[in-house]
Write a protein that binds this ligand. Structure first.
Ligand SMILES: [Zn+2]
Length: 584
């Protein structure tokens, strides 16, 4: 009987050895052993992106000195495309691969190492044999000098923290590895072991973090009715100025500023990040758009549903913290209003739908330019707003019987647990409709696939709230530009907002503003102090080394600043919706 290529390959044994002899220069050295081969060539591939971050990052660009060796002899291993090496195995059963990875991109989604620690974002570290994503592997970490800890969600082999097992490559690429002297503390949430691994120091209070993270985790698990992990790892990178986060199946990587834990604002923002990335272990890692797993590691993976995967996670991050009572209801409403303000002050809201924003994350959201605010919106922001609208619609229409949690739990049980696959756009819409008790074609047409202005008062009205624009009576003039100041104190235009005076009268990004009405400018914050809408001014700029004077007619600022306030006399029905929505 002939074995198919895949069957022949499935018996291969794969192990890696990772060491850091040149940590000071940001290099990891990888030695990979593959045995049990039965083919003449072996293609080894490096993913071009890391799931959770929708950008082709070309991780193969960091690889050098790739070589293949059989029985002590170097064999040919030419590259056949940007991320594939073809090793001439000549039917031999075992091959050793060696290469070096330059890891000097300090973010939660890319690898970075120096003498203080190594953070391995695995999709940019390990090459995998083509067509063998299902194969298990063993990873041995050889720490640099005095490093004594490894933090990752990969299981230990023989209780050795430096040797880890990965059941398949999807799990390996979803399990970042932190090596060094990180500060580790743990806690237990209803039988699930949580570990927090702090790199970089910081003014965090472990006991307070344990208590508050515990409360958030419990609230999030309650949405889905279960916590599918046995253990979960928070890898936290504390820097002078740090931020960002990325979700994984059984872990997350968070960026924070070392001193941020000391202020209430900084601490709340860290808890918000914890709530966001942890909620993803359900929403997107398991309950997921159908194209997001199994992944295509060679190409973009397009979905119109990041407004659910990311936007709803943004919505639930606030809800989860609200439900722990770490936020007051007022604080929570201010967070929601902040999302309104971000969306409403972006001209892109009239150009790009939230479905388009999701689909084009690869080329627009992750590759912003100076004109992005005019042409794009964030699926995080509008997705969170749609989450709120649907939550209120469901609560109101079901007489408080259901809320958005019921949809999330139903979708998780139906598609992740029962059908073991991702959902389609139409299936999620059906889930909403089931609990809202009505068709949502019109809603989708307006808000998901359309550019209709959000009817805030309709949805907030269900809960006896409305929006107040605190800038409604404002008659300030606006130039409609954003600026930055260089070290030489030059004021440079960084953005021009569509529809404003600066846009209409031709101020350009990159212009250096030198004078207004003949007076040299020094203070970017006060370029048009004392001016009114309708005033004509002369803006002198230096553009490409040439002096230009632009006549500009100032317009009234069209910025809004919404606050959510209660209606004067909410009805009992409105108060009942409010109670359910805000967990009062
Ligand atoms: Zn997210």
């Amino acid at each position: 009987m002939n074995l198919s290529a895949a069957q022949a390959q499935s018996s291969a044994n794969i192990s890696y050895n990772v060491s850091f002899p040149e940590a000071q220069a940001h290099y990891a050295e990888i030695e990979m052993h593959v045995t049990g081969l039965k083919q003449n060539t072996l293609d080894l591939k490096m993913p071009v992106w890391t799931p959770g971050s929708y950008l082709v990052r070309e991780f193969a660009k960091n690889i050098e000195a790739f070589s293949a060796n059989i029985n002590g002899q170097t064999v040919a291993s030419p590259k056949i495309n940007k991320n594939t090496w073809r090793v001439n195995t000549k039917g031999k059963a075992a091959v050793t691969i060696k290469y070096r990875v330059y890891a000097n991109e300090n973010s939660v989604r890319t690898s970075y190492l120096d003498v203080s620690h190594a953070f391995l974002s695995t999709s940019g570290i390990f090459v995998y044999p083509a067509n063998m994503l299902h194969a298990p592997s063993t990873i041995t970490i050889v720490p640099y000098k005095n490093w004594d800890k490894v933090s990752t969600s990969l299981e230990m082999v023989n209780n050795n923290p430096f040797v880890r097992h990965s059941p398949n490559f999807d799990i390996l690429f979803d399990s970042p590895i932190e090596v060094g002297n990180q500060d580790i503390f743990g806690f237990d949430v209803n039988g699930v072991k949580y570990e927090v691994c702090m790199y970089g120091g910081g003014n965090y209070d472990k006991e307070r973090l344990k208590k508050d993270m515990h409360a958030i985790i419990e609230q999030e698990a309650a949405v889905f009715g279960e916590n599918p992990n046995k253990h979960y790892t928070f890898i936290v990178h504390n820097h002078l100025r740090g931020g960002g986060g990325i979700e994984h199946l059984s872990s997350t990587v968070l960026g924070a500023s070392r001193d941020a834990y000391g202020s209430e604002k900084g601490y709340q923002s860290f808890l918000g990040l914890v709530a966001h990335e942890h909620f993803h272990l359900w929403n997107v890692k398991r309950l997921r758009p159908i194209v997001l797993g199994p992944f295509d590691y060679d190409n973009e993976n397009y979905t119109t549903n990041l407004w659910i995967a990311e936007g709803f996670t943004e919505y639930y991050q606030e809800i989860a913290v609200r439900r722990t009572n770490l936020y007051s209801p007022e604080n929570y409403l201010d967070q929601i209003a902040n999302e309104f303000n971000i969306l409403e002050n972006l001209p892109g809201k009239n150009v790009q739908t939230v479905a388009e924003s999701s689909f084009d994350a690869w080329i627009k959201g992750y590759r912003p330019n100076e004109n992005s605010n005019n042409t794009t919106i964030s699926y995080y922001t509008k997705g969170a707003i749609i989450g709120m609208m649907l939550d209120l619609e469901i609560i109101n229409n079901s007489n408080q019987k259901y809320h958005l949690d019921d949809v999330m739990k139903y979708m998780y049980n139906t598609y992740y647990k029962t059908q073991k696959r991702g959902y389609t756009d139409a299936e999620f819409k059906k889930g909403f409709e089931m609990f809202a008790g009505k068709k949502l074609d019109d809603f989708y047409k307006k808000y998901v696939n359309g550019l209709d202005p959000v009817d805030y008062n309709k949805y907030l009205g269900y809960a006896g709230y409305k929006i107040n624009d605190e800038l409604a009576d404002n008659n300030d003039a606006a130039l409609g530009i954003t600026t930055g100041t260089t070290a030489a104190k030059k004021i440079i235009v960084t953005g021009v907002i569509r529809g404003t005076a600066g846009y209409i009268d031709g101020i350009n990004v990159g212009d250096e503003i030198t004078a207004i009405d003949g007076n040299p400018v020094t203070d970017a914050a006060n370029l048009i102090a004392g001016k009114k809408p309708g005033d004509k001014i002369e803006v002198a700029v230096s553009r490409d080394g040439q002096a230009i004077t632009l006549p500009v007619t100032l317009l009234k600022s069209n910025r809004v600043k919404y606050k959510i306030v209660s209606l004067d006399n909410p009805t009992p029905q409105q108060l009942a919706v409010r109670k359910k929505w805000l967990s009062l």
